[in-house]
Design a protein around this ligand. Structure first.
Ligand code: SF4
Ligand code: SF4
Length: 779
């Protein structure tokens, strides 16, 4: 077989004894069912899966037991049918003997599949749905990295993938899982490559196989004969199976240290991973087993087996004829990159490619490390062109800055340096420890930075809130000062009649208004006026008044919501969405109300215009009687009182103080009075216009109040005066007095309401008495 492409040899590398023939003498075997399977939730790079089952659940083979818990994660499926007996911490394959949460499944011996959904005609499926199927099947890199296969695919830029590399190099001594897979299941691998080509559209597919596996290479060539996939044999040299070394060998492209192969348009998948992709799409089967090499001189029948994920290592070793008394060490992985296990109870996981039961002769205990003699052999052997000797010194001194400066994180932990070191220094162990130390330091640093950022954000937020509060306080104080000044200006004008002398005051006002009306009449008749005629101010109609109050309330609510939004904007992003929606809604209401108000104003304007007719036209109206004039003036005063109350309410709503309730009551009270006056004026006016002038009925006179009613009326007026006083005191209050004055205002409002209620009760009682008297038969 001759290669059509140029092989680019990478620097360094070593040639340890291969020891592959022991496990390739027999076909891939299928061990019997185990009694129990232990399935760690974290068998891959990324977040651990989340268990979906509970103890006691019966499950079927292939059923989802734990779902992926993030983008970089992978689900876990049942390797056989049975019952969940525990979800607990168990020892997992790790150099430190780590324990992690595992789902324990007791086999029922029936090995019944759940329903599967094969998709042989995958070309009709949407690309994203196809990638999702691969993700849901729990497929991760079976070469050892354990990175979720679908995530690798999904993170690519489709236009840039020009080369798909199939990794069949398998350079690690002893391990033959990929070799046997290629020999026996080349069709599955080729079918998996077809699926990947359908998804990725690469310009070329290069299948890299070390030249120590001629049978596998031939089988793959045969399987690919009708496709443009190239099987390329590469020289046997450790670590040519490392993805980046293989990419360099096949393409001459180096992956930059801070990038991934996908960034240079190349994706690399292990043969086992590609076969699993075939199973997931064509057969609809999730990843529940893999080919694992069982080897080492302590096994009577070294071989490769189709091992179910979760099978205890002891069951597989027993299947391969473990000679317990000859086993000196149990290694997971190969002799170069693997690590020693202290128990045979650990389960096979998705990345378990080899279990080695070695004898003392095969893997003698390493002699104690001696001092570095600075021979430089490690640097020559390093395939990444690092300086292992320098890294060793810095790792020993825990000099993390220097370790990073010497690109420790480019080390692929291949162990070539340790392998050649004449002083038998366990260099890789120093490098792993150094990496862990740096990661820990970085995590601590990141945590501290996060805390600092949180503290700074909080400080800024508090300062902003304090500044806003201060600005609001100042604005309130200014407004209060303006109101106070306006009131003092009012006071300096002619004194307003007190509530107790209201009737006398009203009589004076009525008399004055009559005089002014007479003067206007005279002026209209060409006589000189005794006093200037005041220009009538346009008044709001009842609809406008109602709309104006609603508008003020909406404005106040809008301001309040905007302030809240400003305070929470940085710290609570979830709440701000709701606040923004509220603001939009309020603005819409505001616009609508403003529109209604303007429309109502248009109607009013025509009324105003008619009011502002020339005096000559007005003169054509029938003259009003003195009583009507008196009622009209009382009506005007009631309107003025209502207007004033409404203004106060609008101001209170705007500054959002606690007087709004009291003012609302006052507005209501004024409206009632206005309605009474309007009713009283309407009655005689109707009769006047319909009846002949000389048959005018006697004008209704209001019944004089009884002494008790007068007393209640005075008490009510005094109580409302007290409310007014309390309100003024609150407006000018300092922050310290505010709480006490708010309470005083509430008490005053309550007393005023009681006084009003007493007055109403008295009037009702008197009216009832009067009615009952009228109903009595006259003697
Ligand atoms: S191979 Fe070993 S002894 Fe030689 S320089 Fe490297 S660390 Fe030192
Ligand atoms: S373990 Fe690291 S430093 Fe040693 S040879 Fe491999 S890549 Fe180089």
């Amino acid at each position: 077989m001759s290669n059509l492409i140029t092989i680019h040899e990478f620097p360094g590398g070593v040639h340890p004894p291969e020891n592959k023939q022991q496990s390739t003498r027999t076909a891939i075997a299928t061990p019997p069912l185990s009694a129990e399977y232990v399935l760690p939730l974290n068998q891959h790079s990324g977040s651990p899966a989340q268990a979906l089952v509970k103890v006691g659940d019966s499950v079927l083979k292939g059923q989802l037991l734990a779902r992926a818990s993030g983008f970089v994660s992978a689900p876990v499926h049942a390797p056989t049918s049975g019952t969940i007996t525990a979800i607990e911490s168990r020892k997992v394959p790790h150099p430190s003997g780590l324990t992690e949460t595992c789902i324990v499944l007791a086999s029922d011996g029936e090995d019944r599949w759940c329903e599967l959904f094969p998709e042989p005609d995958y070309t009709t499926i949407d690309h994203q749905a196809l990638i999702r199927r691969i993700y849901d099947a729990g497929i991760v890199g079976l070469g050892g990295a354990g990175f979720p296969a679908a995530v690798k695919m999904a993170s690519r830029n489709e236009d840039k993938i020009h080369t798909l590399v199939v990794n069949g190099a398998e350079c690690e001594p002893y391990i033959t899982a990929d070799d046997m897979l290629m020999r026996e299941h080349a069709d599955r691998i080729v079918s998996g490559i077809d699926i990947l080509c359908h998804l990725l559209h690469p310009e070329q597919v290069l299948i890299g196989i070390e030249d120590n596996k001629p049978e596998a290479a031939k089988t793959m060539e045969r399987a690919c004969h009708d496709r443009a996939y190239q099987v390329v044999t590469v020289p046997t040299k450790y670590p040519s199976g490392d993805a980046q070394r293989l990419i360099y060998l096949l393409t001459g492209r180096e992956v930059p240290s801070d990038a991934r192969s996908v960034d240079i348009g190349i994706l690399c998948y292990n043969t086992g991973t590609i076969a699993a992709i075939h199973d997931a799409i064509i057969l609809g089967r999730p990843l529940i087993s893999r080919i694992t090499t069982l080897t080492g001189d302590a096994l009577a029948q070294p071989q490769n087996v189709e091992a179910r994920i979760g099978t205890p290592a002891k069951d597989l070793l027993a299947f391969a004829g473990l000679k317990q008394n000859e086993m000196n060490n149990l290694i997971l992985g190969g002799p170069m990159m693997g690590f020693t296990l202290d128990s045979t109870d650990i389960p096979v996981i998705k990345t378990t490619n080899c279990l080695m039961a070695g004898t003392a002769e095969e893997f003698p205990t390493a002699p104690p490390a001696r001092a570095c003699i600075r021979c430089g052999d490690c640097a020559v052997a390093c395939p990444v062109s690092l300086l292992p000797q320098q890294l060793y010194w810095h790792a020993k001194a825990a000099n993390n800055d220097q370790l990073q400066h010497h690109n420790l994180f480019d080390c692929i932990e291949c162990g070539a340096c340790s392998y050649v070191c004449p002083s038998t220094i366990p260099l890789v162990q120093y490098f792993r420890a150094g990496k862990d130390q740096i990661r820990l330091q970085q995590a601590k640093h990141e945590k501290a930075e996060q805390s600092k950022r949180r503290f700074e954000n909080r400080q800024q937020r508090l300062e902003r809130i304090a500044a806003e509060k201060e600005a609001k306080r100042k604005a309130n104080a200014e407004r209060a000062a303006q109101l106070k000044a306006a009131r003092e200006a009012e006071k300096s004008a002619p004194a307003k009649p007190s509530e107790t002398t209201i009737d006398a005051g009203k009589q004076d006002a009525i008399q004055a208004a009559i005089e002014r009306a007479k003067a206007r009449k005279q002026a209209a008749a060409g006589q000189p006026a005794s006093e200037p005629v005041r220009k009538a101010r346009p008044t709001l109609n009842p609809k406008q008044k109602e709309l104006k109050i609603q508008l003020s309330m909406i404005n106040a609510q809008l301001k309040k919501t905007e302030r809240t939004l400003a305070q929470l904007e940085d710290s609570e992003p979830e709440t701000t969405a709701k606040l923004r929606a509220d603001i939009d809604r309020l603005r819409e209401q505001q616009a609508q109300l403003q529109q209604d108000f303007d429309r109502a104003g248009d109607t009013n304007e025509s009324a105003i215009t008619s009011d502002a007719q020339p005096p000559a036209e007005k003169a054509s109206k029938p003259p009003l009687s003195d009583d009507q004039k008196k009622l009209k003036i009382e009506l005007a005063m009631a309107r003025a009182e209502l207007r004033k109350a409404e203004r106060s309410l609008a101001e209170a709503l705007e500054i959002d103080n606690d007087q709004t309730e009291a003012l609302k009551l006052k507005v209501e009270h004024c409206r009632q009075i206005l309605a009474e006056r309007e009713q009283a004026l309407a009655q005689p006016a109707t009769s006047e216009t319909t009846a002949p002038a000389d048959e005018k009925p006697a004008k209704p006179k209001r019944a004089p109040l009884s002494d008790a009613a007068k007393k209640h009326k005075i008490e009510s007026a005094m109580a409302w005066a007290k409310v007014k006083k309390a309100r003024r005191a609150l407006e000018n209050a300092s922050d310290d007095d505010r709480a006490a004055l708010e309470q005083a205002l509430k008490t005053a409002v309550s007393e005023a309401q009681q006084a009003d209620a007493a007055l109403s009760a008295c009037l009702e009682q008197e009216a009832a008495q009067k009615a009952s008297t009228n109903e009595l038969p006259k003697e």
